[in-house]
Design a protein around this ligand. Structure first.
Ligand SMILES: Cc1cc2nc3c(=O)[nH]c(=O)nc-3n(C[C@H](O)[C@H](O)[C@H](O)COP(=O)(O)OP(=O)(O)OC[C@H]3O[C@@H](n4cnc5c(N)ncnc54)[C@H](O)[C@@H]3O)c2cc1C
Length: 502
């Protein structure tokens, strides 16, 4: 077995890992990044992402300095209200039903904007999310961007990882592709390195380890084991390489599991979504305009409050609700009044249209009488002045409470004007919520609550951050903030255990 030695070994080359690697390198460490994927498929879920980063800010003027060559035409057509620390913490704690440890959440929130600035300094190009949820040209009013979801990377996940890899290569960080970490090298509770599975041999690499190799969402066996029946066959939105191998190995080595192991981020996707993510499409099969639709299952029955809140605060749990329906399929139905509001990503879909609900039901292969009854009862519960008050851009409070159906808390207008347009959707898993317990120094804690010397973690592999649901953009932000902490602290151990800083 061959052996190599680095100061810091980062396992996983997504957003969290590359930020950790860059930070450790800046601190003077010799850094190796191990990536399970080949070079063509590198970049993990981060590359598939829409690359929204949820950060505290004081509105458009405060964001402007980090934007790269902003399009003045777009700036004139959007507004962005401040996103305060309090609102960020509120959205996080509400979506996760109060479960996450407050110190971890505050760490992400308080370092969020400074981390965007640091990333800008390493070539990441920020832009506004204008045109994400709406085609700006379809709106005749100023578009108020959701304050927490206003910032993303230019060219989205592709742009994000391209910039981070370029920065890592320029910084002299070694990256091994086709190099899945297979185990930790330990001495008691201390982690001394990793064992890497190469095509023809195992290789040992010694150094302080930062685990940034994602959750277990691509592993059907673990999904079945932890998330339950039905999840083994779910579509995977992102990379095929996040198999949970090192998560399992860390637990075997004594790391503490924490958080919502039975929960995951899963959202509505085009029913034709492939079994795993396709890098040519990245996140373009997402179907997030359902707040303006009636979402029915294959029995023609509604099963969620489509307008419970802003879509960025509900989409991550709506996939699971779809998975629970027969055949794991559902239909978003729009009519002439709402069909123009669909976000641009719907263009990758194949809508089914009809002039009557009966005809639509026949085309969808669902019972026409039930669908008609559902829609009639819903329409009856809609306020008489709904069309006048309907505001697609903000929470309009336009609620309907049809008998025997879930309420629709916002955007409740009748579904009655032909043509009717349906988009078949299924559930796509994004990432898993259960993971390793870390402290605010990104140290992995063992089952007794003690830090495991030599082991840090960041990104999707860590637990405790999200439960039940999720606020869009918090995943990448969490990985980057804790990537910086993990990278700095791992580099800070240089010199311990006989490894000497050059
Ligand atoms: C379609 C899609 C859209 C998304 N949009 C957003 C968004 O807009 N905003 C947001 O905040 N989040 C978004 N997310 C979630 C976000 O992408 C993740 O939370 C984030 O990218 C996780 O980063 P990470 O670095 O922890 O993991 P990843 O980016 O998945 O990186 C993990 C890396 O580890 C590698 N790896 C796995 N096992 C091993 C091993 N044993 N050895 C070596 N390497 C290994 C993988 O190949 C991968 O490159 C989206 C996700 C998807 C799939």
């Amino acid at each position: 077995m061959s052996t190599a030695e680095y100061d810091v070994i980062v396992v996983g080359a997504g957003n969290a890992g590359l930020v950790a690697a860059l930070t450790a390198r800046e601190a003077g460490a010799r850094v190796l990044v191990l990536e399970a994927a080949n070079q063509e498929e590198r970049g993990g879920n981060s590359r598939f992402s829409g690359s929204i980063f949820r950060a505290v800010h004081d509105g458009l003027d405060s964001i402007r300095p980090i934007l790269v060559d902003p399009d003045e035409n777009i700036l004139a057509r959007v507004s962005v209200a401040a996103y305060t620390r309090e609102n960020y913490i509120r959205d996080w704690m509400n979506t996760s039903q109060g479960h996450p440890p407050r110190d971890l959440v505050e760490t992400v929130v308080d370092r969020s904007f400074a981390t965007l600035e640091w990333m800008r300094g390493h070539g990441v190009e920020w832009e506004l999310t204008a045109n994400k949820l709406f085609d700006l040209d379809s709106l005749d009013q100023v578009y108020a961007l959701t304050p927490g979801g206003a910032i993303r990377v230019r060219h989205e996940g592709i742009g994000l990882v391209a910039s981070l890899f370029a920065a890592a290569e320029a910084a002299g960080i070694d990256i091994w592709y086709d190099a899945p970490a297979a185990d930790l090298i330990t001495s008691g509770a201390t982690v001394e390195g990793v064992r890497v599975r190469r095509p023809d041999r195992f290789e040992e690499v010694r150094g302080t380890v930062v685990l940034a190799c994602g959750g277990f969402e691509a592993n059907p066996e673990m999904r079945m084991r932890y998330l339950g029946p039905g999840w083994d066959l779910v579509r995977v939105r992102g990379t095929r390489f996040n198999m949970g191998t090192m998560l399992a190995k860390a637990l075997e080595a004594g790391a503490q599991p924490t958080g919502h192991w039975g929960g995951c981020h899963a959202s509505p996707q085009d029913a034709a979504h492939p079994p795993v993510g396709d890098l040519r499409l990245t996140d373009k099969l997402a179907r997030y305009s359902y707040p303006y639709s009636l979402l029915v299952n294959s029995e023609g029955v509604r099963f969620v409050d489509e307008g419970e809140d802003q879509v960025f605060l509900t989409y991550a749990k709506t996939g699971s609700a779809i998975l629970r329906q027969r055949g794991a399929v559902a239909y978003q139905i729009f009519d002439r009044k709402t069909a123009h509001l669909l976000e641009p990503r719907y263009r990758t879909g194949a809508p089914i249209e009809a002039d009557t609900l009966e005809e639509l039901a026949t085309r969808l292969g669902i019972p026409g009488d039930t669908l008609t009854a559902t829609v009639t009862a819903f329409n009856k519960a809609v306020a008489s002045d709904a069309e006048l008050r309907f505001d697609p851009i903000s929470l309009d409070g336009l609620a309907a409470r049809p008998e025997g159906q879930p309420p629709k808390s916002n955007w409740a207008i009748t579904l009655d004007r032909a043509p009717f347009v349906a988009y078949p959707v299924t559930c796509g898993i994004t990432f898993t919520y259960g993971g390793l317990k870390i402290d605010t120094d990104a140290r992995v804690l063992d089952v007794t609550g003690q830090p495991m010397p030599g082991l840090y973690a960041t990104g999707e592999i860590t637990g405790d951050f999200f439960h039940h649901n999720y606020a869009a953009g918090a995943g990448l932000m969490r990985g980057a903030v804790f990537g910086r902490i993990a990278g700095a602290n791992a580099a800070g151990r240089v010199g311990e255990h006989g490894r000497v800083r050059p």
